[in-house]
Design a protein around this ligand. Sequence first.
Ligand SMILES: NC(=O)c1ccc[n+]([C@@H]2O[C@H](COP(=O)([O-])OP(=O)(O)OC[C@H]3O[C@@H](n4cnc5c(N)ncnc54)[C@H](OP(=O)(O)O)[C@@H]3O)[C@@H](O)[C@H]2O)c1
Length: 373
Amino acid sequence: MNISCRPVHHLSSLARVSRTISTAIGPVSSSRCPLSTSSSPPPPTPRTTTGLLLHARATRPAAPLLFPADRRRPSYRRRQPNNNRTMATSQAVTASAGQRLAGKTILITGASAGIGQACALEFALAQPHDLRLILAARRIDTIREIAAAITQQVGDGVKILPLQLDVSKPDEVRAFVGQLPDEFKNIDVLINNANKADNPKSGGVRGVETAGNIAEADINIMFDTNVTGLINVTQAVLPIFFARPDGGAGDIVNIGSIAGREPYAGGSIYCATKAAVRSFTDSLRRETISTKIRVMEVDPGAVETEFSVVRFRGDKAKADATYAGMEPLTPQDIAEVIVFNVTRRQNVVVADSLIFPTVQAGVGPANMYRKTA
Ligand SMILES: NC(=O)c1ccc[n+]([C@@H]2O[C@H](COP(=O)([O-])OP(=O)(O)OC[C@H]3O[C@@H](n4cnc5c(N)ncnc54)[C@H](OP(=O)(O)O)[C@@H]3O)[C@@H](O)[C@H]2O)c1
C-alpha cells in the first residue's frame, strides 16, 4: 500500500487540459449557477493523451448544474405543495447540498476510472471550499493525475489524498485506516465502488463464459474484489462510524448493478457478486438501524466506462458494440445521483437507487431499445 500525501500541484497532461477548460468556462463557482437553464448541446467529452476521461461537467456550459434542471426538483416539489418555485428557494436547496458536505472526509474506492473518478470531481464541485477526498485504487499514478486535475479545477479547498489500495488484498485493507494521516482519518462517507480484476486496465467483470467454462482465477478475482473487498473495506471503516455519538454516524454507498437484480446468461459470477453486494447492503442497513449510519445502494444500468473493455478482455470493438444504437449513461450521471443521495437531510436515507438510460428497462436485448441504421 502506498499512501501519498504529496501536494497535487504537479501539472500533469490531464491537469493542463483541465486548466484550459476551466479558463474557457470561467470560475467553477459561476459554472455551477443553480439557475442556469441553457439547453445547447454539450461539446464532446475531452480525453487526454493518457485516455483519461476528464469530467464532462467542466466542458459543458449547458449543464453546469449539480442536478440538471429536468431532474433535480421532485423532492423540492414535495416540500412546496403549491409547487411555487422561486429563485431563492431553488438556490437554497442546491446550496444546502454543499453545506451538508462541509468538513467531511470521503473515501472513494476505484477512483482511478469511470464512476469512481466522476464521483471524486462531483463531490469536489459540490463542496469546493471544505472537503477531504481519499481517492483509492491500484493505479496510483492515475489517481495522482486525477487529484491534480481536481485541484486545478476547484482549488485547494478540497484536500486530496491519493491512496494506492488493492481492495482484494485483505492485509492492505486491514492496514490502511491505521496508516491514514490524521487529517484524513475521520472518514464520514464511504463510496464502495471498486470492482474487479487483475487486468491492468481494471474493470468490474471478466469475460462472458458460462458455468462449466469459467476459469477459477476469474471467479476468485471477481469475488475477492467485488464482494470480499467491499465487505473488508466496510469493516475497516465502520469502527470510525461506530465511535460517533448516538450509536454511530456516517454514510456507506455500495455500488451494485442491475446485474444484481436480474441475472443473465454469461454473467453468472458477476451477477452473483452484485447480488451478494445487495444482500450485504440490506443486512447492514438492518444491523445499523439504531444508529445514524446511512446505508445506501446505487445500481446502474448501462454506463460507458472501461468496464466493457475489461469484460471483453481488451477487445474495444466488441466493447463499443455494447452501446451500438443507444446512448448509455455517463459516469457523471451516476456520480450526480450519488452526491444527491449523500447530501439529503441526515434523517433521509435514499436506500436504493436503480438508474437506467431512457432506452433501457432491464437486462438483455428485450429491455434495450436500439436504433438500427
Ligand atoms: N459501467 C457499467 O455499465 C456499470 C453498470 C452497473 C454497475 N457498475 C458498477 O459501477 C462500479 C464502477 O464501475 P465502472 O464502470 O466505473 O468501472 P471501471 O471504469 O472499470 O473502473 C473500475 C475501478 O475499480 C478499480 N479497481 C479494480 N480492481 C480494484 C482493486 N482490486 N482494488 C482497488 N480498486 C480496484 C479500478 O482502478 P485500478 O485498476 O486502478 O485499481 C477502477 O478505478 C462497479 O462497482 C461496477 O460494477 C458499472
